[in-house]
Write a protein that binds this ligand. Structure first.
Ligand SMILES: [Cu+2]
Length: 240
């Protein structure tokens, strides 16, 4: 009897260890200690294991212009990804993407900016869409020439191990290769880059936190109905 119990215990342990191998959970906190959703958590596992990288990123993301907002407000992609912008509002948007941060001033390392005019959606017709491809790691600030309140970001990452934090401020990675890894956290309102942190990924779960030096403002709620500025529809006018 005793040996059966011992066997079961050993089996249970083995199971829980294998189920949690490579689990890395990073919680991002504001300066006030509260969880921060919509932060970007980037892991850089040791180079020897780079081949095992998963596909955590969307291959063909769409960013909607909906009720005067970019939805989602933050899009995380790999270099080479084509972004699709779709105007669901009844009025025009003139979307622009502006490189910000260190890559913007790094010459060849930065992305080109882009802009695109998208006519308002007409009854019974498909929403107008336009695409642009991001080539280099870096951050693009999204705005609209017509509506100064519209803000969004595209984070072009240099690691396949990249996630946005959820409502609890947590990014949950699984099956991260064992060994040394670096951790980077980015948030739109964290203007001074936080220093990277060294992690040791191991068979037991790794739980860690990164604290911003700012308290991000809560995002303004989606209005039930936005005012509809009367603008004549126009042909798409796209610059790359
Ligand atoms: Cu607009």
């Amino acid at each position: 009897m005793q040996s059966i119990v011992a066997t079961l215990l050993i089996a249970g342990c083995a199971y829980s260890i294998s189920a949690s191998a490579g689990n890395v959970q990073i919680q991002v906190l504001g300066r006030d200690g509260k969880p921060v959703p919509e932060a970007v958590v980037v892991l850089y596992p040791s180079a020897a294991n780079a081949a095992t990288a998963p596909s955590l990123l969307q291959a063909s993301p769409t960013i909607e212009q909906e009720r005067m907002r970019f939805v989602p407000a933050l899009t995380v992609v790999a270099p080479g990804t084509t972004l699709r912008f779709t105007n669901q509002d009844r009025w025009d948007h003139h979307v622009r993407g502006t490189p910000v941060g260190p890559a913007a001033t790094g010459g060849a390392g930065g992305n080109e900016g882009f802009e695109m005019r998208l006519a308002g959606k007409q009854d019974g017709q498909a929403a107008q869409a336009a695409e642009t491809t991001v080539r280099q790691p870096g951050v693009l600030l999204l705005g609209c020439h017509l509506h100064g309140s519209m803000r969004g970001h595209v984070f072009v990452t240099d690691s396949a191990w990249t996630l946005k934090t959820d409502a609890d401020g947590i990014a949950r990675f699984t099956a991260v290769p064992d060994g040394a890894a670096q951790l980077r956290v980015w948030h739109a309102e964290q203007l001074v880059d936080l220093p990277r942190k060294n992690l040791q990924v191991q068979p037991t779960p790794v739980l860690d936190t990164m604290q911003l030096s700012v308290v991000p403002r809560p995002r303004r709620p989606l209005p039930a109905s936005a005012p509809a500025p009367a603008r004549a529809g126009s042909a798409p006018h796209i610059h790359y």
